[in-house]
Write a protein that binds this ligand. Structure first.
Ligand code: NAP
Ligand code: ZN
Length: 352
């Protein structure tokens, strides 16, 4: 075991602050990574503030961060896919049982024994896992992703969660070429959803509550932008969408977006608000519409997404910050004020 510098929250109401965490000694299958950048996901904020206490209560101190990109420093004796000096990524998962039907089907995210990158039981050291707001991490190579060498690393980090979480449902929805696809909420997930939907040839429409994001939405790849608070605009587009991806992090009227769907259309939720959403059965009945959910993606699909991003030059639009600004960043994230993901430059931790 060795110590690593990190930033942690001591309670649901404390700011993140400098902290020291243990990292395990390498097993034969482990990879040690020096973390270069870590994205700030809204899930980090939900977890730090214990907003998901009814489903996944937070254990403190909590070191968040599951959008990790870095460089391999050491590998265990049996590691075959990585060597020191390689770029490497870690997303939301660091382990699973590898034997259950979900794991066998490459859906480790649904494994009942999945270990998440932070706030999950740590079977090596006891206690809980600690995430990427840290100088280094040790992970089994099966859960380490290869990073295309041609991309800006600060913008790659958010692909590990925001990227795969939007890529996966968009891919699952089949051929969306030429079809009208809505992305609701232009934040970290939403802006990646726009880029992927556009890359797969959809007619992309952004729904936003923030009129000032309109120009950016168009630049990011949207063909059209609807200000969701404008009832006339909403009415005009009702019943015209093939697929809608809802990324909203807070309570909202989901029925308004179901009303956007055409016959047999589907809305997929990836946003995870603290409180349950109210669903009108009638919104689904008329038009035989469907609602579904999606959770990140398995390791195989995450690698596929990263390779796709390498081929198509896709990264997140990031505001790079030092770790010392993380609490300010959380305040801005809570107000939907980020363009469009914060990415922490972990070199700043050296000064702590
Ligand atoms: P984010 O950057 O804060 O983006 C969320 C966007 O939702 C905001 O930018 C805002 O967009 C919109 N929004 C926020 N509050 C709203 C409200 N009260 N009413 C309407 N719109 C509102 O967050 P994120 O990192 O993209 O994460 C989004 C959600 O997905 C979070 O709940 C997060 O925990 C969850 N998540 C789920 C998965 C998964 O696997 N399913 C993975 C990662 C994250 P506009 O300003 O454009 O309106
Ligand atoms: Zn996330």
């Amino acid at each position: 075991m060795h110590n690593a510098k990190a930033y942690a929250a001591a309670s649901a109401t404390s700011p993140l602050a400098s902290h020291t965490i243990p990292r395990r000694d390498l097993t034969d299958r482990d990879v040690q990574i020096e973390i270069l950048y870590c994205g700030i996901c809204h899930s980090d904020l939900h977890t730090v503030r214990d907003e998901w206490s009814s489903i996944m209560p937070t254990t403190y101190p909590c070191v968040p961060g599951h959008e990790i990109v870095g460089r391999v420093t050491t590998v265990g004796a049996e590691v075959t896919n990585f060597k020191p000096g390689d770029l490497a990524g870690i997303g939301c998962l660091v382990d699973s049982d590898r034997t259950c039907p979900h794991c066998q089907a490459d859906f480790e995210q649904f494994c009942r024994n999945a270990i998440f990158t932070y706030n999950s039981p740590d079977k090596h050291l006891g206690g809980i896992t600690y995430g990427g707001y840290s100088e280094s991490i040790v992970v089994d190579e099966k859960f380490v992703l290869r990073i295309p060498g041609n991309l800006d690393l600060a913008g790659v980090a958010p692909l590990l969660c925001a990227g795969i979480t939007t890529y996966s449902p968009i891919r699952r929805w089949g051929d969306i070429k030429g079809k009208k696809v809505g992305v609701v909420g232009l934040g970290g997930l939403g802006h990646m959803g726009v880029k992927f939907a556009r890359a797969f040839g959809a007619n992309v429409v952004v729904f936003t509550t923030s009129p000032k994001k309109k120009e950016d939405a168009l630049r990011l790849g949207a063909h059209e932008v609807i200000i969701s608070t404008n009832a006339d605009d909403m009415k005009q587009h009702a019943g015209t969408f093939h697929f809608v991806l809802d990324t909203i992090a807070a309570d909202h009227d989901i029925n308004a977006y179901i009303n956007m769907l055409g016959r047999d259309g589907t809305i997929t939720l990836v946003g995870a608000p603290e409180t349950p959403l109210q669903l009108s059965a009638f919104a689904l009945l008329f038009g035989r519409k469907s609602i579904s959910g999606s959770l990140i993606g398995g390791i195989k699909e995450t690698q596929e997404m990263l390779d796709f991003c390498g081929e198509h030059n896709i990264t997140a639009d990031v505001e790079v910050i030092p770790i010392q600004k993380v609490n300010e960043a959380y305040e801005r994230l809570a107000k939907s004020d980020v363009k469009y993901r914060f990415s922490i430059d972990m070199a700043s931790l050296k000064a702590v």
